[in-house]
Each structure stands twice: as C-alpha cells, then as structure tokens.
Design a protein around this ligand. Structure first.
Ligand SMILES: [Ca+2]
Ligand SMILES: [Ca+2]
Ligand SMILES: [Ca+2]
Length: 463
C-alpha cells in the first residue's frame, strides 16, 4: 500500500488500524517503509483470530511503538508505504483486508466479564469486575466518577470510561503509548497533565487540544539509575504537605528501587524521593527516606488517632529475592533509614531509629508487597476501614507465596523515632491471579487491578 508521495503528515501519536478477515493459519509480516527505503518489521497478529469468524477484526499499530531491531523509532512523517509480506513460513489460508486507516485516536468498545465468582472475600463483601482487557496492568487512578486512567507494562496508557454511569467500563481510548515500560502513573487535577514513570525517566504529558490523546510529552527527569527495580508509583501530597506545608499537589512522591537484589545503586536508589511539580532534572529530586529496597506503591493515608487525622505516608517494600528476609510495609517519616541492604524487618525496640527504623509490619518473604489503599468508607464495617496491601505473590522463590490482598489493622505507638504504627495483616481477597495496583474509588470502595488477568475489580460491602 503506497501512501501519497508527500506522506500523510502523520504524527507519532497516530495509529494504523487494519480491518482484516483471516481464514486458515497465516503469519504474515508487516513492514513500515520510510521514504529512504528503510523497512521496519512488525508481526501482523492475525493468528489469534484465525478462525472463520464472519466479522473483520481490527488490528491496531500505534506509530509510537514502531521501532526497528536497533530500537530506532519510525519517523511517521517519512512513512511512504505499508507492506504485508508472506515469507519464511508455511502458511495456508486467505487474508482479506477490508480497510486501512490512520487514526488520530484509538477508541474502542470493550467487553467486561460479568462475574468474579472465583475471587474469595469476607462475608458481606461483593467482588465485581468493572474493567477488562488490561493485561499486565501496572497502575491505575480514579480520575473522575466515570473515568479511570490505566497503564500497562508495555507502555500503553488508556482512559477507561463508563459511558452510561452504571459503574462498569465499556469504552477505552489510548492516551499515550511508546514508553518502554510504565510503572508510575499520576493524573494532575490542577492542569490535567499525566505524569509517567519508568526505567529511570519521569515524563509530564498533556493533552493540549482536549481530544483525549497526549500531544506534549516532556521528559522532566532523565537517567535515574535503574536495574532490577525502577522508579515506581507516583502520588501527590493530597493535603497541605505533611512534611513541609506546601499546598496540595505540589510534590510528587515515589519510590526508586535498588539496582540489584542486594546492591543499592547510586545515592538516589533504594529511597523514597519527592519531586516538585515545577522541577527539572535529577538535581530537583529530594530524598525523603533511605533504606527501602523497592517501594512499588506509596500512599498518603488519613489515619485516625485519638480522634485526630494524621496524614501518614506508607510504602510497600519488596524484600530480597534470594534470601529469607521479609517484605515490609513501612510508615515513611522524613530522613529515617529503613534498613536495606543492612537490616531487614523489625528492629530491637531499644535500637529503634538508631540507625534503622522498623516497618509497620513484616510481610511473608517473597510475597511481593506492592500497592496500598486506605478505606474510610462508612458503608464498610469499622474493622474494615483501614489499610490494605496487594501481594503479587512470589516470582523467584522456590517456596510459592500466594497472591492476595491483605487487610492491615493499625495500632499507633510512640516509638523512640516518633509516633508510628504497628500492623497486623489478615487475608482479605484470595484467588486473584496477580493483584498489583489498588486504590479507592469516588464512593470509597476498593478497586484492585489484576496484572495476571487484565481485570480491574471493585469490592463493595453489601451486608
Ligand atoms: Ca458502563
Ligand atoms: Ca490531544
Ligand atoms: Ca526495612
């Protein structure tokens, strides 16, 4: 398929859509050909649709994801031809191409599974799937009553929309794509920007013309050291900053993990960091706390103590993969050191804060304690209005550790290193595949993103 001589004025954020109908077993290759003759190979993924289904299937190629074997991106303005080539394999069948379109926006209807019978929750709680088709979901955020912002590990960021207000998401639109990996995602309620983190970089993106697709992609921090872990889970100070008093949405807090299993990396690794919304570059990063191996999820939570709200920063922590040290949930206080790589788990009470501080609780080794949410919903029984943590389950260890969401009951203590909490965990959700991001929605109910099944579940209490 030849494009016009002078191109189509395509941009990186445009998407090639092919409406195809396949019979038989075909594995054709797709080539993007630039004006200088450079060809970039892509697999045309028809095999999953190789039945005799009557309707055409639409296959999407975001141009931002098209890279050659040296990872050099396609230059959309130089695209002159798209080729489908049958080569290198025995194939038999028919491929019909009904339409070739370049879209400025990839929007589609998605089906949501109706039931989540396999998920086990305490009596009175109902678990429902509300959004689907998000395999390897890494983060999500409730942006409005009918809108979720969702990221996939493969670098795609979506708006999920509940168009009819029934609480289930049946439509999605690609907001941005082409990031090597996304493990941090944050919507800015002040200016509508979306912050994106992964592989040592932090971007600020913006949809300037309001069509739902990012136009501005600005690299704000480049080249944080990463390896085994990255810069994860971005959150704002939701109220006047509890550490330093600036207005809400001034600071972005996140964890930068260690580069190795037991090696920290450089001075910014294995820390909790924060970054001012107007900051530029690594120089603008402030270290909040040290000795946290990999905090995937952070949370500011309004914990009640003696009738007063204490906004407290919590962080999950992945413990080492190749020793028996526990995972942790930590209460992050300014300037403290949480032990990695010297000390793991609880500290002797007489040595608290000198030099290391205890976690809120130790979590089963290799459970992969990741994201946190805090429920205040008055519709939930009082003993369930507390902190929750997602446990991804073991990845490397010989001893399998089950994926789950645990509830953590907090007790306030006055420790030598300050007012803090101790926690006791009990199983809350069982039989999930790989729970990763969790959050509360506008009603205060709990949402759980399952990396393994690509489903977001809502947990409500119905008595
Ligand atoms: Ca709906
Ligand atoms: Ca736009
Ligand atoms: Ca620790």
């Amino acid at each position: 398929m030849q494009l016009p001589e002078d191109g189509l004025e395509l941009r990186e954020r445009d998407v090639l859509a092919l409406d195809v109908r396949v019979k038989g077993t075909l594995l054709p290759n797709l080539y993007f050909v630039e004006e200088d003759g450079r060809r970039i190979l892509q697999r045309l993924p028809t095999s999953t649709h190789s039945s005799d289904t009557p309707g055409a299937t639409t296959v999407y190629f975001p141009l931002s994801e098209i890279r050659n074997e040296d990872n050099i991106p396609l230059n959309p303005g130089a695209l002159r031809e798209v080729q489908i080539v049958f080569e290198w394999a025995d194939m038999e069948g028919v491929l019909e191409i009904e339409a070739v379109r370049f879209l400025t926006s990839w929007e589609e209807v998605i089906d949501t599974p109706l039931r989540a019978e396999e998920i086990v929750a305490p009596a009175g709680f109902v678990v429902e799937p509300i959004a689907a088709d998000i395999l390897s979901v890494t983060q999500f955020q409730v942006v409005a009553e009918d809108t979720l912002l969702v990221s996939q590990q493969n670098g795609r960021i979506w708006w999920y929309r509940d168009l009819d207000g029934d609480g289930f998401y049946e439509s999605r639109q690609l907001y941005a794509s082409g990031f090597d990996e996304v493990v941090g995602l944050l919507y800015d309620p002040i200016d509508g920007a979306v912050w994106v983190g992964g592989r040592g970089n932090l971007w600020r993106t913006l949809d300037e013309d309001g069509n739902g697709v990012a136009d501005l992609i600005e690299l704000r921090v480049e080249g944080m050291a990463w390896g085994r872990h990255q810069n994860n889970g971005l959150i704002w100070n939701p109220v006047a900053d509890p550490f330093t008093g600036e207005p809400p949405y001034t600071w972005i807090y996140f964890g930068l993990g260690s580069t190795g299993d037991l090696e920290e990396g450089d001075e910014l690794n294995a820390t909790i960091l924060r970054f001012h919304r107007n900051g530029h570059g690594k120089e603008a990063l402030e270290i909040v706390a040290n000795g946290v191996r990999n905090a995937y999820g952070l949370l500011w939570a309004p914990v009640l103590h003696d009738g007063e709200t204490h906004w407290s920063l919590f962080a999950g922590e992945n413990g080492p993969d190749f020793n028996a040290a526990p995972d942790e949930v930590n209460h992050i206080r300014w300037g403290l050191h949480y032990g990695f790589p010297e000390h793991f788990g609880m500290v002797d009470p007489q040595n608290e804060g000198d030099p290391y501080s205890s976690p809120v609780l130790e979590v089963t080794a290799h459970a992969s304690a990741n994201s946190l949410a805090y429920v205040t919903n008055s519709a939930w029984p009082e003993e369930y209005r507390t902190l929750y943590v997602s446990l991804f389950g073991s990845v490397f260890s010989a001893e399998p550790v089950k994926p789950a969401v645990d509830r953590i009951i907090l007790t306030t203590i006055d420790a030598p290193d300050g007012l803090t909490f101790r926690g006791e965990a009990t199983l809350f959700l069982d039989n999930l595949s790989r729970p990763l991001p969790i959050a509360t929605d506008h009603n205060g109910d709990l949402l759980v993103g399952d990396y393994g099944s690509g489903v977001i579940y809502r947990v409500r209490y119905l008595e």
